[in-house]
Design a binder for this molecule. Structure first.
Ligand code: FES
Ligand code: FE2
Length: 465
């Protein structure tokens, strides 16, 4: 990894940051700029948040009861369960749901509990020909219909027709599969608000998971989510990316209750730095970003008269266009390289754009309010009409393994390790807080505030959902 102090002068704290930079960069685009890249911010607020929102088991129980039971939650991708009997198990704060493809091709959700004496039918995902309880053998077919019971003479009282597995709502969007335990919730597409319109040209329906890594993280689930909701931490936590990342020059946007976004300009040096020359920007973005079309910084030279932003945009346009079999001549330089990261309340964040896309899912680790499960997926598009490669298998890291132990993450692994280094320390510090509250930057941390405001609507704090 670079030693940043050898490469540039770090500006004094307090002076850096230009939230208007992204809109200025858009003026250099030579193709039409989509409307949805415009700013959309509802205005500043600055109240502190109480530490108990992270550190209290009672607050966690309230979330479990009132929020996790009523929201659309990303479970996995359709390509992970392509055949009849393929299934995922989604465990969420005391609930467990089997998400399974039936022999009719339909994906359904079932409460993962045997109707005999309640054993979990499946402990993990996989493939089955029927759902047969491993305890006494009650069996359901792949559509959840009761198929057979043992010693039937002893269950004469049982209403067989009424003994199909209770279902949970499942809906998909662009191959992303979501569940919702609330029968009265709005349809997924309405819940997603502006997102389908923003994502209409990114061809996520042809994405396939090329890396999937999961690890337990010793923090409240919101603390882990919030590590990806602002770029302000980069100059201290990720100094190696400052040569090519406009960290505190990011734009932050909100769309309704469930969607927020940050746009961090790439291929420009951070305004925390001084003296970064263009060849260094080019070298470092290729080597350290982990998401450009090439990772060999030494293999590229900036042609006379081109900026790194133009060069990287054209490189990504060509290679990601070839990989996906698409003509990307209409794509903006922004959508070909910038860090455009959306949240879907409560458990998912997805990168927009035409490059490889990163997805984060963060959920509580059962009843423990100071532990969560962090999943990262890398998605690449395949060509239309081409048989996609099978999705990557889950690489579940041990609790003591760093993300850099997952080579499939490339340069992103060490970046996640830097983030994770903060998270356990956040748990310790929140417990030790004398102030009893956290303060949020009015603008740069507004996605975090938005996340809590939506949470409050479900919890009935300051207005009902
Ligand atoms: S608990 Fe499932 S068959 Fe008995
Ligand atoms: Fe980070």
């Amino acid at each position: 990894m670079n030693k940043p102090e050898d490469k540039f002068v770090l500006m004094p704290q307090g002076q850096a940051g230009d939230p208007g930079l992204f809109q200025e960069l858009l003026k250099q685009e030579t193709v039409p700029v989509p409307d949805y890249l415009a700013p959309n911010h509802p205005g500043f607020r600055d109240e502190d948040l109480s530490v108990g929102r992270y550190a209290s088991a009672d607050f966690h129980r309230l979330e479990a009861e009132k929020m996790w039971t009523r929201t659309w939650q990303f479970v996995g991708r359709e390509e992970q369960i392509p055949k009849a009997g393929d299934h995922l198990v989604y465990d969420i704060v005391g609930h467990s749901i089997i998400v399974m493809r039936g022999d009719d091709g339909v994906i359904r959700g079932f409460h993962n509990s045997c109707l005999h004496r309640g054993r979990a039918l499946r402990m993990n995902g996989g493939v089955v020909r029927e759902l047969k309880c491993p305890y006494h053998g009650f069996t359901w077919d792949l559509r959840g219909k009761l198929a057979s019971i043992p010693c039937e003479w002893d269950f004469k009282f049982l209403d067989k027709a009424g003994s199909n597995l209770p279902e949970v709502r499942v809906e998909s969007w662009l191959g992303f599969v979501f569940i919702n335990m609330d029968d009265n919730a709005p349809p997924l597409i309405d819940y997603l608000g502006a997102l389908p319109q923003h994502f209409r040209d990114y061809a996520f329906e042809r994405s396939v998971i090329v890396a999937h890594v999961q690890r337990r993280v010793p923090s409240n689930w919101k603390v882990a989510q919030e590590a990806f909701m602002e770029s302000m931490h980069a100059h201290v936590t990720h100094p190696q990316i400052l040569t090519f990342t406009g960290d505190c020059d990011s734009q932050y946007d909100m769309y309704g209750d469930n969607i927020s976004r940050s746009v961090t300009p790439m291929a420009v040096p951070s305004s925390h730095t001084k003296g970064v020359v263009e060849p260094l920007v080019l070298h470092d973005i290729l080597e350290e970003s982990g998401r450009m079309a090439d990772s060999d910084g030494a293999a590229h030279q900036l042609p006379e008269g081109q900026t790194t932003r133009q060069y990287i945009g054209e490189l990504n346009r060509k290679i990601f266009g070839d990989v996906s079999g698409r003509d990307l001549s209409h794509a903006t330089l922004a959508e070909l390289q910038d860090a455009i990261l959306y949240s879907i309340f409560p458990n998912t964040q997805i990168w927009a754009g035409y490059c490889g896309n990163i997805l984060y899912r963060v959920i509580p680790d059962g009843d423990d309010h100071e532990s969560c499960l962090f999943d990262v997926m890398l998605l690449w598009r395949h060509k239309e009409g081409e048989v996609p490669p099978p999705p990557a298998k889950l690489n579940r890291l041990r609790d003591d393994q760093p993300f850099s132990a997952a080579p499939e993450l490339g340069a992103l692994g060490p970046v996640f390790d830097q983030d994770m280094n903060n998270l356990g320390a956040m748990t310790k510090g929140l417990r030790a807080s004398k102030k009893g509250a956290v303060s949020l930057a009015s603008y740069q941390e507004s996605r975090i505030r938005h996340h809590h405001e939506t949470l409050d609507k479900y919890l009935g704090i300051g207005g009902e959902k």
